[in-house]
Design a protein around this ligand. Structure first.
Ligand code: PDD
Length: 281
């Protein structure tokens, strides 16, 4: 696979970054994941704008203009012949010569930029989407700026492992009794035909897929309520689902052992998945 590192396209085995990179030492960096369907980037501008926002919140200068970012994404899709899959990008504050808590001078230390593609032929015909996923709930002990898409993914990764250990697929994180989001996705329930999802704030990532799905839902006359919901309310919902660039709309069929409806993907979640794929491709 050909990857991109700081201006160069290289075979993945030849790509190198410094051991002093602050992304590596301090998780001082941000990332984006953009889906590719049939070789086409989905919602590139949404991801680019969120990248700019994440970088701005951390005071890291965006090292490239929109069109340069787009060009690197397209080059990687073309050079690696990606049909379905994604492009991952990461920007860190760079690699000063030493480890130091103080941010380096941006005049001398430039951000590190890494991009790579990952193919996933089963992206659309996902066996998981046909069965639906089971989630457990765990305490949300992450930091308070989850709106910034940082590379601090240890707790979400541990949450996913806790779910697998419990025979489930993923974890929903809970703060003050209310669901914030999934380990790597936004969380929704459906009750009486109404789609309910937590409102945007610093508590959750402002999902690009979330924005698209809520727009499609409203256009299809499905009522949407942007508000918090408790675990109890979720367990009594008719349906549930999660959204992310890598899973689109993924039906949830069980929460902490409680089956939702028949324990199979619900009709509205299934319809929203179809609409999302139809509208995006
Ligand atoms: N994760 N919430 C969290 C915590 C996430 O990590 C993600 C995305 C989302 C959904 O955002 P979007 O719809 O823009 O992908 C919500 C990516 C896909 C990942 O870490 O792989």
């Amino acid at each position: 696979r050909i990857v991109y590192v700081n201006g160069d396209y290289l075979p993945e085995g030849e790509a190198k970054i410094s051991i002093f990179d602050r992304g590596f030492l301090m998780a001082d960096g941000v990332y984006e994941v953009t889906t590719v369907i049939d070789g086409k980037l989905i919602d590139f501008d949404g991801h680019f704008l969120r990248l700019e926002r994440s970088l701005g919140e951390l005071g890291i200068e965006n090292p490239m203009a929109r069109d340069e970012w787009l060009d690197v994404h397209r080059q990687l899709v073309a050079q690696n012949d990606v049909g379905h899959g994604m492009v991952y990008l990461q920007v860190t504050r760079g690699a000063p010569g030493d480890r130091d808590f103080i941010f380096p001078d941006p005049e001398t230390t430039k951000p590190t930029v890494v991009l790579f593609s990952q193919a996933n032929p089963a992206l659309i015909d996902s066996p998981k989407a046909k069965k639906g996923i089971k989630v457990i709930t765990i305490d949300d002990i992450r930091w308070g700026r989850r709106d910034i898409k940082t590379v601090q993914l240890l707790y979400p990764s541990m949450g996913k492992m806790m779910a697998l250990k419990a025979g489930c697929d993923d974890a929903w994180m809970v703060q003050d009794g209310e669901v914030t989001e999934g380990t790597s996705n936004n969380a929704y329930i459906i009750k009486g035909g109404r789609i309910i999802t937590r409102a945007l704030s610093n508590d959750i990532l402002h999902g690009i897929t979330r924005a698209a799905v809520l727009r499609f839902a409203r256009e299809s006359q499905m009522p949407v309520e942007e508000r918090s919901f408790t675990v109890e309310e979720a367990m009594q919902a008719d349906e549930a689902f999660v959204t992310s660039a890598s899973t689109f709309v993924m039906p949830v069929v069980e929460i902490d052992g409680a089956k939702l409806g028949a324990g199979t993907p619900g009709p509205l979640a299934t319809r929203l998945r179809e609409i999302y794929i139809e509208e995006s491709r």
